[in-house]
Design a binder for this molecule. Structure first.
Ligand code: ZN
Length: 89
């Protein structure tokens, strides 16, 4: 998995409390993505302001996205442990 994604851990800028909404890789220079906030939905936005996530939801979304590499690594680790456990039965 690590050869197909930007290596983790990732983190939401300022633990998700920065208005930029950016998600960064461990190197601090690679941008993974952005969870947009209301300040980015201006007039003419195709989705309209009613579809902009609430701030708490935006922070939660950023944290969830940022946790993806850690969760993926943990799943691989658990798969290995389960395989070893089943092999011992
Ligand atoms: Zn920021």
């Amino acid at each position: 998995m690590s050869d197909t994604i930007t290596p983790g851990p990732w983190h939401a800028c300022k633990e998700g409390h920065c208005p930029c909404g950016m998600i960064w890789a461990a190197d601090g220079n690679t941008q993974i993505g952005v969870v947009y906030g209301p300040s980015h939905a201006g007039d003419g936005c195709e989705t309209g302001p009613e579809f902009v996530p609430r701030r708490a939801e935006q922070i939660a979304n950023a944290k969830l996205i940022a946790s993806a590499p850690t969760m993926a690594a943990r799943i691989v680790e658990l798969e290995q442990q389960l395989s070893e456990f089943l092999g011992e039965l």
